[in-house]
Design a protein around this ligand. Structure first.
Ligand code: TIU
Length: 229
């Protein structure tokens, strides 16, 4: 079992029981004119996550690791949108309003979809979630348990919002989470730092924090071993 350098201590990766979970790498959060910008954020701050996540995704696919993507968003009729979520923050454009990439955070609109650099491949489950957490009102838990997944390698945006909420939900459901520092991003540098420190503090109260290169190396080594065997 490969030991991955991580904090607060090494993560014992079991690739046959692990999945790569890529959270909300949507145009609405990473490109101008979307939901993230409507909240007043500089979306350019998240784009450093794309290249490392792309490398990791390629390694995961090559090694046969389960890959799961999530997207935050709502039904076109907004029936699943809490009124409180719609008005919160008094955004310049609210969820469901028409922006530069279609209706903000609405399923089926261009802005709601995953960025082209990390687009899901055929057969990779895409979880549409109405909340910040990936388990709330979704079938993610069912899909993971049917595949025997016990460990989650977590990437995505944003570190202190959907990533942290999902990791906390996963932790309470018994999954071990390894969050990759270079593959998660925040609109706020201080929340990036604190969001990761909260996960790994107290002996890994919610999980581990590592880097993508270490996971890529372990996946490649495992793949090479299987090819020789
Ligand atoms: N606003 C913010 O930082 N994040 C979100 O609204 N959703 C996710 O984190 N995906």
């Amino acid at each position: 079992m490969p030991l991955i350098d991580a904090q607060p201590y090494q993560f014992a990766l079991a690739p046959s029981e692990a999945a790569l979970l890529i959270i909300d790498m949507q145009r609405d959060f990473l490109e101008p004119g979307g939901f993230g910008e409507s909240l007043g954020n500089d979306v350019g701050l998240l784009r450093c996550t794309i290249a490392p996540t792309r490398r990791l995704l390629a390694a995961a696919r090559a090694s046969g690791l389960t890959v799961i993507h999530t997207r935050e968003g709502h039904r076109p009729d907004l029936a699943d949108l809490a009124p409180a979520k719609k008005v919160r923050g008094k955004p310049s454009l609210a969820i469901g309003d028409v922006g530069a990439m279609g209706r903000l955070l609405v399923r089926g609109e261009p802005g709601h979809d995953i960025i082209p650099e990390l687009y899901p491949a055929a057969g990779e489950p895409v979880i549409d979630k109405p909340g910040k957490g990936a388990f709330y009102a979704t079938d993610l838990d069912t899909i993971l348990r049917h595949r025997g997944v016990k460990q989650l390698i977590v990437c995505g945006v944003t570190t202190e919002v959907c990533v942290n909420t999902s990791v906390r939900e996963a932790n309470d459901r018994g999954f071990d989470c390894l969050v990759l520092e270079d593959c998660v991003g925040s609109y706020f540098p201080e929340f990036q730092e604190m969001g990761l420190r909260m996960i790994k503090a107290q002996g890994g109260i919610f999980g581990w924090v590592g880097q993508s290169d270490a996971v890529i190396a372990a996946l490649r080594a495992g793949h090479a071993e299987r090819r020789v065997a």
